[in-house]
Design a protein around this ligand. Structure first.
Ligand SMILES: Cc1cc2nc3c(=O)[nH]c(=O)nc-3n(C[C@H](O)[C@H](O)[C@H](O)COP(=O)(O)OP(=O)(O)OC[C@H]3O[C@@H](n4cnc5c(N)ncnc54)[C@H](O)[C@@H]3O)c2cc1C
Length: 285
């Protein structure tokens, strides 16, 4: 029996036609940096169908509109990290994309694949949480917009139907005063994050007005540190406030113990990363 078949998708209409006819276990191939490893390691149950979407030019562009920036799902981490306007608006996202894998991986791996793979350690996802991103999901039956935090249900699991494609990611074009992404891995390059923190914040009259913090690789999905954000609201960036925010996030985070790190270590590191992020903000403010 053939284990899998590969179909090169020529357009979204082509994809929708195939979906209407029915397919066995479809998987999208974008950059292939996650999917090809799963196929090679026999992690997918045959028979399945690989839908090669890498040639769909309509998913490769970035559009700046008055209220939103729209990033096509086939845009690579390399394109995002080097984009000067994205760096100005969403530094946490460009920092995160800069840290993915190696230059070779970043030139192939797409943002849609990073989201579609749904790893809680995926680097582009925490920044998309803090910037309030939404996903445009389309299939032959219609389309829907889903908030990024409503998309994931667990490691490798999402609310997406198998033939529903992430067409683009839409982010409100709102300028913040500061944004950063910090991660801890086994080593600097080519290592999955043990823990990561995305932060984006605004100030008003010298006080923090709206600070969003997302933690990656601490649970089955990315989580928002809501209590810590509430504590920071209306406060000045003083050393005491930074220290107390570190204590709060350590209590708030409920990480997991796994092969890569213990729960206790991850809790401490949530605090360490937040203190570092806020201290950096204080220094540039
Ligand atoms: C050596 C190495 C280092 C890596 N380092 C990192 C790292 O530092 N940080 C990190 O986050 N990741 C890392 N990765 C993982 C991987 O590169 C990323 O997750 C990447 O963004 C996946 O994108 P892709 O285009 O290659 O996805 P693919 O492998 O093509 O697809 C991945 C999954 O997403 C689904 N998918 C793809 N596109 C869509 C779409 N448009 N709509 C719906 N579903 C879709 C596919 O069906 C598949 O299940 C690394 C991988 C390797 C091999």
């Amino acid at each position: 029996m053939r284990r899998f078949s590969v179909i090169r998708i020529r357009s979204l209409e082509h994809l929708f036609d195939l979906a209407e006819k029915g397919m066995t276990n479809p998987y999208f191939l974008a950059g292939g940096t996650d999917l090809l490893i799963k196929i090679k390691d026999d992690l997918l149950i045959p028979p399945f169908t690989v839908l090669d979407i890498s040639g769909l030019q309509e998913l490769r562009s970035i559009h700046f509109e008055q209220d939103y920036v729209r990033i096509g799902s086939l845009v690579t981490h390399g394109e995002i990290e080097k984009h000067p306007e994205l760096r100005l608006l969403f530094p946490s996202l460009t920092d995160a994309c800069h840290g993915v894998g190696s230059p070779q991986i970043r030139n192939r791996a797409t943002i849609g694949g990073n989201i579609g793979n749904a790893s809680p350690a995926a680097d582009s996802i925490p920044p998309l949480y803090v910037y309030g991103a939404e996903l445009h999901l389309v299939n032959s039956k219609g389309e829907r917009w889903v908030k990024i935090e409503d998309f994931f249900t667990g490691p490798g699991k999402t609310i997406r139907n198998p033939v529903e494609i992430i067409k683009e990611i839409r982010i409100p074009a709102e300028k913040r005063d500061y944004g950063t992404y910090l991660r801890l891995g086994q080593r600097k390059a080519l290592a999955i994050s043990k823990i990561s923190l995305a932060l984006a914040g605004k100030k008003k009259n010298g006080s923090m007005e709206d600070v969003k913090i997302a933690l990656g690789a601490v649970g089955p999905t990315v989580i928002m540190a809501v209590e810590t954000s509430l504590y920071l609201r209306g406060k000045e960036l003083s050393s005491e406030v930074i220290k107390e925010a570190g204590n709060i996030i350590e209590k708030e985070a409920e990480p997991i113990t796994d092969l890569r790190s213990s729960k206790e270590y991850r809790k401490k590191m949530c605090s360490t990363l937040l203190v570092k992020a806020l201290t950096n903000w204080k220094q540039v403010a």
